[in-house]
Design a protein around this ligand. Structure first.
Ligand code: BGC
Length: 369
């Protein structure tokens, strides 16, 4: 089978021939790949600083944002049938009996660090014609989401981030209880960055009722600003407005959703976080370099304003189910906007430019059909 893979020892990214997988357990499902999204993590793996092939193998098949169609099910699989659309999760649990999160099916919170991740860390990914997976790691997708469901995995980041925000802010009477109003009504959120994670996060925040501001580099007018405004968020460019000016425009910032992966602008916004605010970090910058941070001021704010800071990585089944449900909502409310998040579709042969060339568009997808 055709597969897009990285060979770290040779520092190469290639389209290669990968053996077709077998169903080796009656709980297995064979899936035909339809779409695979490309993200910053894939591009980082292609610079050979992150990710690892399965033990003893020379290459790693890439791809962790995927939509596929079931083509064969094992004898014990009752929840899927041939023709069903599925989105697989990414992380697989560590083997240790004492890892409570993994044993509870919450490997996104793995406590040992010995988890593996499909297409990233020690397990082949989905950028190939077919794969085999345990039924319990697959999520059912309605047929009506055929052209959007490749966005489910990147949306899980927002789903998990927001779930943590609601859990943390359960300390406050935070959710709006006015009948007919969504629970974020009356709260203000700032999204840092207008890439796919930022745009999908902003959609989720608008859906939850937040007054949502997207803060990103490019000055207006630009296509991403127009897209963001088309679903009811506001767009402010950091080119003409610094973090303090943004905070004056927004008012009390209840939530920051960081989706920019850049420490400088993130800490500048952390300084602007409001009373009882929560800051959600999602970006994974390279662990190098130093930036000046106003430590004493940040510490004062965090204490005197009861602030909470959470990091969020990977996602559990609830986040995948929430993402698939919310994609359906986005499609109903903002069909053109959610379609526009997928900026291009390509054949597998176009892999090199997409993975190692100049990044452009919002979400680029490789289609295996
Ligand atoms: C993926 C996550 C993964 C993380 C770290 C992200 O791009 O969406 O599933 O946990 O990278 O490897």
């Amino acid at each position: 089978m055709k597969a897009v893979a990285v060979l770290p020892a040779l520092r190469e990214v290639r389209l290669l021939d990968h053996p077709a997988p077998d169903l080796s357990a009656d709980t297995h499902v064979r899936v035909r790949t339809l779409d695979v999204g490309i993200c910053g993590t894939d591009r980082e793996i292609c610079t050979f600083v992150y990710g690892a092939p399965p033990r003893g193998e020379s290459y790693l098949v890439l791809g962790h944002e995927s939509l596929g169609e079931v083509v064969e099910v094992g004898g014990a699989v009752t929840q899927f049938k041939t023709g069903d659309l599925v989105v697989p999760s990414v992380r697989r649990p560590c083997p240790h009996a004492h890892c409570r999160p993994c044993r509870a099916g919450l490997q996104d919170f793995c406590a040992t660090g010995d988890f593996v991740e499909r297409g990233i860390n020690q397990v082949h990914g989905y950028m190939t014609e077919q794969y085999v997976e345990e039924a319990r790691h697959l999520n059912h997708v309605p047929a009506g989401l055929r052209h959007l469901a490749v966005l489910a995995e990147p949306l899980t980041i927002a789903e998990k981030g927001l779930a943590q925000a609601w859990a943390t802010q359960g300390r406050l009477p935070w959710a709006c209880t006015t009948p007919g109003k969504p629970r974020g009504h009356g709260l203000r959120a700032v999204v840092l960055g207008a890439g796919p994670i930022g745009i999908l996060g902003a959609m989720k925040l608008v859906l939850e009722g937040f007054d949502t501001w997207v803060y990103s580099r490019s000055p207006k007018p630009n296509a991403k600003a127009a897209l963001v405004e088309s679903f009811g968020a506001r767009y402010v460019s950091s080119a003409g407005t610094d973090a303090a000016q943004l905070a004056r425009q927004v008012g009390n910032i209840d939530l920051v959703y960081e989706a920019v992966g850049h420490a400088g602008v993130s800490f500048a916004l952390l300084e602007m976080l409001g009373q009882n605010g929560i800051f959600i970090f999602t970006g994974i910058p390279a662990p190098e370099g130093h930036i000046p941070v106003p430590g004493p001021q940040l510490m004062r704010n965090i204490v005197l304003k009861n602030q909470a800071i959470v990091g969020t990585v990977n996602a559990d089944r609830a986040a995948f189910e929430g993402a698939i449900r919310d994609l359906g909502e986005f499609q109903k409310r903002w069909p053109a906007a959610i379609r526009a998040v997928i900026s291009s579709r390509h054949k597998p042969d176009d892999f090199r430019d997409l993975l190692t060339g100049h990044a452009r568009g919002i979400k680029n997808v490789i289609s295996f059909e």
